[in-house]
Design a protein around this ligand. Structure first.
Ligand code: NAD
Length: 356
């Protein structure tokens, strides 16, 4: 089958594409605008497989989307394209409204028109899989509570509110038009090729260069962490074996306070890179508490029993094994992250240099 992956140059999208090319016979069309978060260098291992094609398209561009559907005739869509960084959504929500809400609406309309025109067999087999976050549920009150697929939505940030809106649109397209959608809501991902503005890669790279390790507030906010390759495997299972109209929560059974995540990374670096920047006794000495993010949710935790029961998916990595692999990956892939840090990976930047 041919899968159209939106946002395939991003962190999770690129893991999904690597998974499909390396572990299945399916082919992929990667549709991505290449914002600052899109990095085709994350796909260099699979780009020449003969089953991979790339389209630089904005999901808000209806005409271009329609062209891509007609030219590539996909059997399924995995929709990951989004503005994804909570802090950026607080500083500038407009792009989040535009891409996450208007873009998802535009994609739904183009995909529905394409699906409507398919013959009966292809129409029945077609799937539209919307990838979302557990942040749509807001935060949990009791220490034992878990988000289930039935938890009411209560998003706190412009990012999570925009993702909640897109989830509602996708479900409405199922209910109103019979369009074959499914939704997944996942906890925090981490792993290789993660953009260094996010907590785990930021801490690894700052520690290596002796810079401060910023921790919001008291650092006691709890997140459930999932290794990105476990997420990619779950997403492929859902799009190929999941039930139309269903929602699946995906999580790692790894609830950790942010401060413990930072301390664990410091301990791994003590083991792997004992030669520290000049004057530094312990990586932990770099920890710096900073003013908390406004509206910061305290605790997220996922009940992933439905996908485990229905589709037989389980995470393979524990937080300890996944974090160890992640730190090792950053230590052995310096070229990738140096090109991200200096901006040379970015088509957006290349474009502005050409214009300037
Ligand atoms: P990311 O920011 O790393 O990647 C997003 C990708 O979308 C980039 O390649 C970017 O160029 C592309 N994109 C942005 N706007 C676009 C547009 N208008 N048109 C086409 N492409 C566009 O994000 P990620 O962390 O890989 O997240 C992927 C999806 O998974 C998002 O929908 C996010 O909400 C969801 N999610 C993320 C996490 C997480 O921990 N990162 C957890 C759960 C769900």
């Amino acid at each position: 089958m041919k899968i159209l992956v939106t946002g395939g140059a991003g962190f999770i999208g690129s893991a999904v594409i690597r998974h499909i090319i390396e572990h299945t016979q399916d082919s992929v069309v990667n549709l991505d605008k290449l914002t600052y978060a899109g990095n085709l260098e994350s796909l260099s291992d699979v780009a020449s497989s003969g089953r991979y094609e790339f389209e630089q398209v904005d999901i808000c561009d209806k005409a271009e989307l329609a062209r891509v559907f007609v030219e590539h005739q996909p059997d399924a869509v995995m929709h990951l394209a989004a503005e994804s960084h909570v802090d950026r959504s607080i500083d500038g929500p407009a792009a989040f409204i535009e891409t996450n809400i208007v873009g998802t609406y535009t994609l739904l309309e183009v995909a529905r028109a394409y699906w409507d025109a398919l013959d009966t067999e292809h129409k029945q087999a077609f799937r539209f899989h919307h990838i979302s976050t557990d942040e749509v549920y807001g935060d949990l009150e009791g220490p034992e509570d878990l988000f289930t697929e039935d938890t009411a939505y209560a998003p706190s940030s412009p990012y999570s509110a925009s993702k909640a809106s897109s989830d509602h649109l996708v479900r409405a397209w199922r209910r109103t038009y019979g369009f074959p959608t499914m939704v997944t809501n996942c906890s925090n991902n981490y792993g290789p090729y993660h953009f260094p503005e996010k907590l785990i890669p930021l801490v690894i790279l700052n520690a290596l260069s002796g810079k401060a390790l910023p921790v919001y507030g008291d650092g006691l906010q709890i997140r459930d962490w999932l290794y990105v390759e476990d997420h990619a495997r779950a997403l492929y299972k859902v799009v190929t074996e999941g039930e139309v109209g269903e929602t699946y929560n995906i999580g790692g059974h790894n609830e950790k306070a942010n401060i413990d995540v930072v301390k664990t990374i410091c301990a791994l670096l003590e083991e792997f890179v004992p030669n520290k920047p000049a004057g530094l006794a312990h990586y932990q000495d770099l920890i710096t508490y900073v003013t908390d993010r406004p509206g910061h949710d305290v605790r997220y935790a996922i009940d992933a029993s439905k996908i485990e029961r229905a589709l037989g998916w389980k995470p393979e990595e524990t937080f300890e094994t996944g974090l160890r692999k992640t730190v090792q990956w950053y230590l052995s892939n310096e070229t990738w992250w140096r090109r991200v840090l200096d901006g040379s990976y970015s088509m957006e930047r290349l474009g502005s240099l050409e214009k300037g």
